[in-house]
Design a protein around this ligand. Sequence first.
Ligand SMILES: Nc1ncnc2c1ncn2[C@@H]1O[C@H](COP(=O)(O)OP(=O)(O)OP(=O)(O)O)[C@@H](O)[C@H]1O
Length: 323
Amino acid sequence: MTSSVDPQWVIQAHGLTKKFGDFTAVEQLDLLVPKGNIYGFLGPNGCGKSTTIRMLTGLLTPTEGTINVMGLAIPKQAEALRHNIGYMTQKFSLYDDLTVTENLQFIGRIYGIDNSTCKKRIAQLQSTYKLSQYQHQLAGTLSGGQRQRLALACACLNQPKLLFLDEPTSAVDPQNRRDFWEQLFDLSEQGTSILVTTHYMDEAERCHKIAIMEKGRIRADDTPKALMDNINAHVVEINTTDLRPLKQALISHIEVTSAAQLGHRLRVLVSKQVVDPISWLLHQCQQHNHPVNLQDIHLVSANLEDVFVSHTGQRVPASHEAT
Ligand SMILES: Nc1ncnc2c1ncn2[C@@H]1O[C@H](COP(=O)(O)OP(=O)(O)OP(=O)(O)O)[C@@H](O)[C@H]1O
């Protein structure tokens, strides 16, 4: 049985909740992922992104809520779904003691793809993902970037219409991450919908739409541009010296959502409830015996990290900031 679904959405989830004992990992989550989009899932560690993906793929049964993925009611029709999706987990579940080709052949057998089709498909994927020269190498001896490409090739073997990618680029260098995203856009252009979790703000900005999760709930979802345009804070940069004490003084104010040092600048998010953030900050700096000149304080445009911080109250770890 196929449950009724609006065909513009590849994923529809309503009121999704997952409890582990007394702990609620995902709470009343509503999610609509448009067909053909690359949809980004952002949020602090432990906010429930992987748990959500595992429910959407039918690997975990929700405590409450309904899920419809590609017209299939999940988890009831999870078996049918499995043949139509690709799933790349954080740990790139590869068999280290099998070669590149053997890993792909193994996945082909799981999907029941006949030998000659599988052989052609493997040759294609090895060429697309620059794995041909490593085809006889054991997966356990590949570099991080090569493992990532093999994991993506494995996830694409059954030509899925929908790909779930859970932190697919966490172990690779910036150039490999760029190449990986080029491959995602190729897949997207060929009609594949993609749900991807990431901690990298530059990757989030590449997505057609993103959702920001915190403590099991979606706090905001829209296009990256709309989220930046509609951020619920003024973003102000202050150029001055002795930034550490000034930062400590400013973050003690409830109006200041965050203050982050960027070299010689302090980037401050001030609540929209403050009508004139420049005058307000000049006054606060004065009050804290740290006078600042008017020419050293500027309103600037929000970036996605500001949006993330404004919704989660968390700084992006330095290692995950845009490259
Ligand atoms: N099987 C489980 N039993 C108990 N708690 C669990 C289980 N699976 C996940 N959790 C908890 O649920 C919360 C959400 O975990 P999840 O892996 O979904 O987070 P995440 O957003 O993917 O984090 P990260 O960005 O670190 O990968 C965490 O507190 C985790 O410890």
